[in-house]
Write a protein that binds this ligand. Structure first.
Ligand code: ATP
Ligand code: MG
Length: 383
């Protein structure tokens, strides 16, 4: 009898001919998530099993696996030969000490000599005489004993399902460059795209010396928290302080944010192209702030050719906060450090700036030289 973690996967099933490819990426991702913990990963039909693992780190293993996209659910279980005595012995360990229970059997091996109902009855009956405190309740039991008879002469016995993260394996839906601020929204945006299988590479713009080391540490922490899902342990940063200074000096104050956002998009596009990312990702949500009106979004889109994905576009702030709490980035996001956008923040930002007005104000700047200067500050950080 061997203690294992059973991993069931989700949408991968749907991908027809691509299934082999999806499964390969998925197992590489599981390995990445379990890096540093002793284990073996085995594939059986329709399942993965983690075996021979460091038992002291069991909780951590379950936690890490449940965050991997593509995981539908996982269970702590026992792997045994498929004869009734072995299954029963495992069932005695999975069954509760007392109260009501139900045995539920699934047979992947349809040639197995007993039907599911017969296994339920036999194991249920033996459990009842083995432990007098137990009672069967087939309608609303307090506990379950699940038996999964596999095709290869083995059976899995377990008591519960831990829901997984769902989604598709990261790496199966292209790659995107995430504009990661220190706020609440952009980490959630990155999570959403990774959930659909995209490789998400974070890029942060800072305004050193206007922003301090604490702000940088905060973003590194956010990127690290996000990497538990995206499996990307890298962060790219670029300094835009000189751009903010120039905008502040030469352009209309109400366009501060709009103009800076256009610089960010241009710089992001260059970096994306250099690294082969296929799109930009932001945490923008329609109408959330002045720069996120449809006019604001259009003015940033106008300076790039790459598609800009905004997975939070239709989310309320409340919904975003709820998700950020769930994925564990909220507490870090609300730490009080200056973001580069709050330096030089105008009192009355333009809400629906006309493109002609924006271009006229931007015309006062040497856009190309400012971008070049920013590119010189590019940093690549391994987290
Ligand atoms: P919050 O509204 O919680 O502060 P936010 O920082 O995401 O979240 P905005 O400041 O309005 O909201 O920025 C909109 C989007 O622009 C962000 O979601 C992010 O994608 C991008 N962005 C803003 N500031 C930066 C930055 N300093 N570095 C990288 N991307 C940024
Ligand atoms: Mg912000």
């Amino acid at each position: 009898m061997e203690k294992v973690v059973i991993i069931r996967y989700a949408e991968i099933h749907l991908k027809g001919k691509n299934r082999g490819y999806f499964e390969r990426v998925f197992s590489v991702n599981l390995e990445r998530a379990l890096k540093g913990i002793r284990h073996e990963l085995h594939r059986t039909s329709g399942r993965y099993l983690v075996a021979n693992f460091d038992e002291e780190r069991f909780e951590e293993i379950m936690e890490r696996i449940s965050r991997v996209f593509g995981v539908h659910s996982c269970s702590e279980g026992l792997l045994v030969p498929n004869d009734m005595d072995s299954i029963f012995e495992a069932a005695t360990r999975v069954a509760p000490a007392g109260g009501t229970f139900k045995v539920e059997t699934h047979r992947a091996d349809k040639r197995y000599p007993l039907t599911s109902m017969e296994v339920n009855a036999a194991i249920g009956g033996r459990l009842l005489s083995f432990r007098r405190e137990l009672k069967v309740d087939v309608h609303s039991p307090e506990a379950y004993v699940y038996i999964d008879v596999r095709e290869n002469g083995t059976a899995l016995v377990f008591g519960s399902f831990v829901p997984g993260a769902g989604g598709m394996p990261v790496g199966t839906s292209g790659s995107g460059l995430l504009l990661l601020s220190g706020g609440i929204d952009s980490p959630v945006a990155g999570y959403m795209m990774a959930k659909r299988g995209m490789t998400v590479e974070p890029l942060h713009f800072h305004s050193y010396p206007y922003t301090n080391e604490g702000a940088k540490e905060k973003v590194k922490e956010l990127a690290a928290l996000l990497s538990r899902y995206t499996l990307v342990g890298r962060l790219r940063t670029v300094n835009v302080a000189h751009i903010q200074e120039e905008i502040h000096k030469k352009c209309a104050a109400d366009l501060n944010v709009t103009l800076l956002r256009r610089f960010m998009f241009r710089i992001a596009e260059r970096i994306a192209e250099r690294m082969g990312a296929q799109c930009l990702i932001t945490g923008e949500s329609l109408g959330q702030v002045a720069s996120q009106t449809v006019e604001g979004l259009t003015s940033s889109n106008a300076v790039v050719k790459l598609p800009v994905l905004r997975p939070l576009i239709g989310f309320d702030k409340e919904e975003i906060i709820e998700r950020s709490r769930k994925i564990g980035t909220y507490e870090t996001s609300v730490l009080p450090y200056e973001d580069c956008c709050t330096v030089f923040l105008p009192e009355h930002p333009a809400i629906k700036p006309k493109l002609s007005y924006i271009e006229e104000e931007e015309g006062k700047l040497d856009v190309e030289a400012l971008i070049e200067e920013a590119m010189q500050t590019f940093e690549f950080i391994e987290l």
